[in-house]
Design a protein around this ligand. Structure first.
Ligand SMILES: [Zn+2]
Length: 126
């Protein structure tokens, strides 16, 4: 008789040991389950922390490039890129009556102008 079953024995998601018992088991015991859940939560927290750090870095870059005495300034893409600005991370967008979209990083906004120049604005109003 030929053996046509080719299943890989399920292993514990935490310690990697082969699992026995119910087919839908993921962990060997409560200890492994707790360890596994903690690890998953830690990874989620890491993702959130990494994105928060990128947002804070973006804000720092905009704050640094916009002089405190000005409410707007123009910065070239190359300068933002050189500083490590992460263009796809922002907190909200704002569409003006004129049809311009600003991307905000907290209280600082940026908008693409022509030829890869960006307008940087600071919104003090709260
Ligand atoms: Zn285990």
């Amino acid at each position: 008789m030929q053996n046509t079953t080719n299943t890989i024995a399920p292993t514990c998601k935490s310690c990697g040991k082969p699992l026995r018992g119910r087919a839908d088991k993921k962990y060997c015991d409560d200890y492994c389950r707790a360890t596994g859940n903690n690890k998953q939560n830690a990874e989620k927290n890491n993702t959130v922390r990494n994105i928060n750090n990128l947002l804070l870095k973006n804000r720092r870059i905009l704050a640094m490039l916009l002089p405190a005495t000005e409410s707007t300034t123009k910065i070239h893409y190359d300068k933002l890129h050189e500083k490590g600005f992460a263009f796809k991370y922002f907190t909200n967008t704002h569409l003006t009556k004129n049809g311009n979209t600003y991307h905000y990083v907290y209280d600082y906004g940026f908008r693409l102008l022509e030829n890869n120049w960006y307008l940087i604005v600071h919104n003090n109003e709260k």
